[in-house]
Write a protein that binds this ligand. Structure first.
Ligand code: ZN
Length: 487
């Protein structure tokens, strides 16, 4: 990318909402299934069928709006967006035009290095999804020699949130960081499962460039067909490079919609961009306007808990966590909850974090049991941390005891007590172990005395082993040094 140009990026997301039924009918809202089995007169747009809005979907939009501090509309309505598309049976989509449910607000996101940024939102509105077409080529035997399309209406009428950002993003990396934050927040709010691979999160990017220092917006293109966060980043980078090359060669950017070609790594022209008037929006006469939002919004706003961005800020600021560690906990809510319970018992955050993301996560991976459901309760982990803090056990014993507690051994403090695993820092008690070790390895001792000092670690290890890991390593090293110095 040329340093003389600044990219200006805005993101438009479509998010399928998590509800039991579709937006305007009682059909199940579920991903997949036999084609055309979750359909009825309403979502097939048969004559005379009347839509009834899904209350949960409306609440989800308001919940998202409250989370991003958008202004929730006191009065809102549904409009018909008219266009012909084979997988849209009514030939119009019920959407919202000039009175969306939520206006303004911002998404707080963070970059890989932990810096936090904000991208303003234009609006969040509610609409219905279309069906799905699959295009089949000739030669698969069903219709010999011809090309045809199949249409599945299971998705038609699924509640869809459209979330439009302002062009506040300045790099492909900012665009994906924004999307990550949006995904995490919607997941935490429980409004969608936001899976890009199942299409419950889809996004388009508006990209333009302008000379660095300019505040005017250049002509933008809209990029579609990106099916992963990585494609988003690649597609935007490729589009920026294309635009810079055109402008530097004295050309002009056309306003158009471009598709992302994942295999060749380039965008290609799809069509010239529609203007709003192409859609002939008008209020849907089958649906009454909505005016319940104000009281509902107050009620919903009161139920919001700490959001991912707030949690990220708290973790990195109060507990000095690295951005990756914080993200690891934010992406695993039960683990984060477990971690917070250990802190509530008084454990120091650094110790708790090390055990939770280290030993406990490893044990969880090995056994297939999540940490939060394991035998090691937050109280048990707190016991281990207290033993380490008081220097009553070595870190090696702490690991062993934790593993035994994980496998049903019960209280770590009781294991240490019962088996005498408390740290051995009594010099008198350690002297025989050091002497035995020296006597047992005459060849190694001779090597050491001949100047090969790197065998020292081996001897320390042998003493530690003889003490079953309980010896204080500082004292062991000191005793070994003294004994080896004697001849
Ligand atoms: Zn239906």
């Amino acid at each position: 990318m040329s340093g003389r140009y600044e990219p200006v990026i805005g993101i438009e997301c479509h998010v399928e909402l998590k509800t039991a039924t579709k937006m305007f009918c009682g059909c199940r809202n579920e991903f997949g299934g036999e084609p055309n089995t979750k359909v009825c007169a309403v979502c097939l747009g048969l004559p005379g069928a009347l839509p009834v809005p899904n209350r949960t979907a409306l609440q989800h939009i308001i919940r998202a709006g409250c989370a991003f501090e958008s202004q929730i509309a006191e009065f809102s309505k549904f409009d018909r967006k008219n266009y012909f598309y084979p997988d849209m049976p009514k030939n119009y989509q019920i959407s919202q035009y000039d009175m969306p449910l939520a206006v303004g607000g911002a998404v707080t996101y963070w970059m890989e290095d932990g810096t936090m940024r904000e991208c303003r939102l234009t609006r969040i509105h509610l609409e219905e999804d279309t069906g799905k077409s699959s295009h089949a080529g000739s030669g698969d035997g069903r219709i010999a020699g011809s090309e045809y399309s199949l249409i599945d209406f299971n998705r038609a009428g699924v509640p869809l949130m459209e979330c439009v950002s302002e062009p506040d993003l300045r790099s492909p990396q900012e665009a994906t960081a924004y999307l990550e934050a949006l995904r995490r927040t919607l997941l935490a709010l429980g409004v969608s499962d936001v899976k890009m691979e199942e299409g419950s999160l889809r996004c388009d990017a508006n990209v333009s460039i302008r000379p660095v220092g300019s505040s005017q917006l250049g002509t933008k293109t809209e990029i579609k067909n990106m099916n992963s966060f990585r494609s988003v980043e690649r597609a935007i980078s490729s589009e920026i490079a294309r635009q810079v090359a055109i402008v530097e060669a004295g050309g002009r950017i056309e306003q158009e919609t471009r598709g992302w070609d994942e295999i060749n790594g380039v965008t290609h022209s799809m069509r010239s961009k529609e203007e709003a008037h192409d859609y002939r929006y008008f209020p849907d006469p089958d649906l009454v306007p909505l005016d319940f939002a104000a009281t509902e919004a107050r009620h919903i706003a009161a139920t919001l808990r700490e959001l991912p961005a707030q949690r990220f800020e708290r973790y990195t600021r109060e507990y000095a966590m690295g951005p990756r560690q914080a993200a690891q906990l934010i992406d695993n809510q039960p683990l984060a909850h477990y971690f917070e319970r250990v802190l509530a018992l008084g454990a120091p955050p650094a110790h708790a974090l090390n055990f939770v993301l280290g030993d406990l996560s490893r044990l969880a991976n090995e056994s297939g049991t999540p940490v939060a459901q394991s035998e090691v309760t937050p109280e048990y982990l707190n016991e281990v941390i207290a033993l380490v803090e008081a220097r009553r056990v070595t870190s090696k014993v702490a690991k062993d005891v934790l593993a035994r507690s994980w496998h049903g051994g019960g209280s770590p403090a009781a294991i240490v007590e019962r088996e005498g695993l408390g740290q051995l820092s009594d010099r008198e008690a350690l002297v025989p172990l050091v002497e035995q070790t020296i006597a047992a390895h005459p060849a190694v001792v001779a090597e050491y005395r001949a100047g090969k000092h790197n065998v020292f670690g081996f001897l320390v290890g042998q003493v530690m082993k003889a003490s079953r890991g309980t010896a204080d390593p500082v004292i062991v090293k000191d005793l070994l040094n003294r004994h080896l110095a004697r001849e």
